[in-house]
Design a protein around this ligand. Sequence first.
Ligand code: BDR
Ligand code: CA
Length: 303
Amino acid sequence: PRLTIIDTDPGIDDAIGILLALISPTFTIAGITTVAGNIGIESTTRNAGRLLAFSDRGDIPVFQGAAAPISRAGPEPLNLHGEDGIGGVALPDPTRLPESQPAVEWLADFLLDQPAGSVDVLALGPLTNLARLALERPEAAGRIGRIIAMGGAIHEHGNVGPRSEFNLWADPEAAAVVVASGMPLILIPLDVTRRVRATREFVETLSASEKPMAVMVASLIESYFEAQTNRESRPLHDPCVMLYALAPELFRIEELRLIVDTGNGEMAGALTIDPKGSPVQVALGVDGPGALDRLAETLSAVG
Ligand code: BDR
Ligand code: CA
């Protein structure tokens, strides 16, 4: 198994990705770091603890991270994922308090403690914590094996602006720092995540398995349908990060040179392909049905 940290703002689709990672023997989850995004930091941290309690993984520590972007006022929460940020789904209370050490400090200590290159970070929210790590503790940031991050839109329209995707839009400066930092970055943009869509039929397949993880993910997707206007199918953005780590052969990757727009207008967080940009490995294609099969199989495999 690969030593892995999940940096996240749960978030319904974050929650699905986290449950998938917890159940997959491919990952040893060393800790979860939280960031404000889908909802405020107190709620994302609490939701991480609730998901661990549900999975009986109180052994995994949660470290609270950034409450606001690195250098601008935080956007008003959009509350796209319901009042608790996680669709009102029935999850137990956390069985363990979040650690007192702030996320960026723990990330630095942990990375310095492990062999260089041996730890991956799965980034499911705004990139604030990782940007702060790169700025404040570059010697630790340089030891990350890979960052696999959900974010951005390349040839697709955005989901919060004409060209902007939520995670990069929520903290454009952080995204720019991470892209330019030289940390090995694999970006999973909307171009791919919009092709991994849960349908009603998919939800039924999961529920029919009667396995607790699959049934919980089915209710999370149900609540995701409720929270949005399109109720026929929903893109599973964040789980694509885990799916890439589990089955890279399902994805087509290209190296692009990217610049992040750090302006204040409607282009905030938008990506441009530019020869002066930093090289990033970007997922541009995916076998959508294959990815859904892999998700369902993994969730239904364990009792
Ligand atoms: C991203 O934004 C959030 O709302 C989701 O959790 C996902 O990380 C999709 O743009
Ligand atoms: Ca997220």
